[in-house]
Design a protein around this ligand. Sequence first.
Ligand code: NAP
Length: 203
Amino acid sequence: MIEIVLIVAVADNGVIGAGGAIPWRLKSDMQRLRAMTIGRPVVMGRKTFLSLKRPLPHRTNIVVTRDGGFRAAGAVVTTSLDSAGNVARADALRRSVAEIAVEVSFGAGEELVRQGEPVARFLVLLAGRAEVRKGKNAVDVIGAGDFVGEIGLVSRSPATATVTALEPVQALAVTTLAFRALLRRVPSLTDRVLEALAARTAR
Ligand SMILES: NC(=O)c1ccc[n+]([C@@H]2O[C@H](COP(=O)([O-])OP(=O)(O)OC[C@H]3O[C@@H](n4cnc5c(N)ncnc54)[C@H](OP(=O)(O)O)[C@@H]3O)[C@@H](O)[C@H]2O)c1
């Protein structure tokens, strides 16, 4: 589950800001904010963003404003809380995938998966084309954005096709164990993987 956390520092008298700034400076507040947000997307109002000396480092800074023309170096600008939430969720998902994925490359003629063999990893193609063969029949050519090995994500069945690089191919590789853990954290991904599986099976 992607969790949304609201963070606010509140004084004993309920004050959270005055005159466009926080009327105190506590190193421990800043350290706690950093520890809670590092490596994550952070959504903030335009005024809070402008009160920072620079965008919060090592985080995706997402700014909300009703001004469609507002631009902020080092931040993603959105014009509603809904779209800020969507940008933040996609960013969190991308970061989770990046944590468990490694980039791999295949030379022309190299097999990405072989029909009948166990599938230990899920591959998302980043560049290059590959041919999909079932038995002796070429059934498809896939490219950037397509993926192979999804069968291993939902079952322990062997690969249903052989996929061979037609030219140098770059791909992101995720072990099926790590991907199953990600599916447990982000259950909405399961539907998309199952849809892709159904579409593949129908071919
Ligand atoms: N104590 C704490 O933890 C803490 C943390 C952060 C900030 N603060 C303090 O809080 C104060 C800033 O608060 P603030 O409310 O004045 O500023 P803010 O929330 O940072 O920014 C307000 C601006 O955000 C945009 N905005 C807000 N809601 C929106 C929505 N639903 N859709 C689109 N845009 C939206 C609008 O920008 P446009 O005007 O451009 O349309 C609005 O003027 C400062 O004093 C700051 O120091 C305290």
